[in-house]
Ligand binder design. Sequence first.
Ligand SMILES: C[S@@+](CC[C@H](N)C(=O)[O-])C[C@H]1O[C@@H](n2cnc3c(N)ncnc32)[C@H](O)[C@@H]1O
Length: 249
Amino acid sequence: MNMPKPDLYDYIFSDTEISQDAAVLDVGCYNSKALCYMKDRYKLSGTLIGIDKNAKHFEDSAAQLAEGIRLVEMNASEKLDFPDNAFDFIFHKDALECFPDISGHISELCRVLKPNGQIVCVHRDWETVVCNGSNKKLINKAIYGYANFLQANWMDACDGWMGRRLFGLFNKTKMFESSIDCYNDIGTEFIPETRGYGYINSMNSFIGPTGFLTQEEYDELITDVAASYDNGMYLFSAPFYIYKGTKIA
Ligand SMILES: C[S@@+](CC[C@H](N)C(=O)[O-])C[C@H]1O[C@@H](n2cnc3c(N)ncnc32)[C@H](O)[C@@H]1O
C-alpha cells in the first residue's frame, strides 16, 4: 500500500510564504484552480489575476464564485499588459512549453515581478511519464505521441522535455535566485479520478489521421493497461518539476 503523501498543491506550496496583501498573477491559469487554492491557503486579499489566452477555460472556473479573483483573456506570448514590478508572486503551471519564445517570455515575467518577488513555475516532463502494461511498443508510442503533440487550439509550441529544462531556462538568465524540486505523482489504481486513468483515457482525443493513434491502437491501449491493473501490475508515475525563483533586486 502507498504511504499517504501530500497532494501536489500542498507539496508545491509547503515551503512558500505569500503575504496576505500580495499581488499575485497566474499565467495560463485555465480554470483558476491554483488561484483559488492560494487564496484559500494564504487568505489572500490583494490583487489576484489569472490570465489565459483562451477565456473559454474560465467558464467552469471556481473563481467565478471566488470574490476578488480577476480572470483576463490575454496572450502572454506577447508583451504582458501589466506595468513593471506589478506582482509579488507569479504562478505558472504546465504552460511554459506553449510559448514559442521562452526567453522573451521569462524576461517579461521578470519585468512584471517586483524585486525580491517570487515565481513558482511547475511543469510536467511529459516524456518521462511511466505506465505499466504488457504492450511496451504501444505504450511508448502513446506516451511519446502525447508528449510531443501540438494541440492546435491552445498551444503555439510544445516540448515534451520541458520539465527537465525548467531550471536551466530560468537560471541561465541570472535574473533569479533559483532552486528546483520534483514531485512524483505515483498511482497503483487505474480508476476514475486518478491522474493515470485520466491521462490514458484522454488519448481518445488523438485518434485519427491528425492524431498519433488509430482507433484499434487506442482500444488496445485501454485493454492492455486495464489488464495490467486487473492482474496487479499497473503503475503510473509522472514527475512534476517545481522551479522556484526570487527576482534578484
Ligand atoms: C496544460 S494547461 C495548464 C493549465 C493550468 N495552469 C493547470 O496547470 O491546470 C495550459 C494553459 O496555458 C494556456 N496558454 C497557452 N499558451 C498561452 C499563452 N500564450 N498565453 C496565455 N495562456 C496560454 C492554455 O490556454 C491553457 O489553459
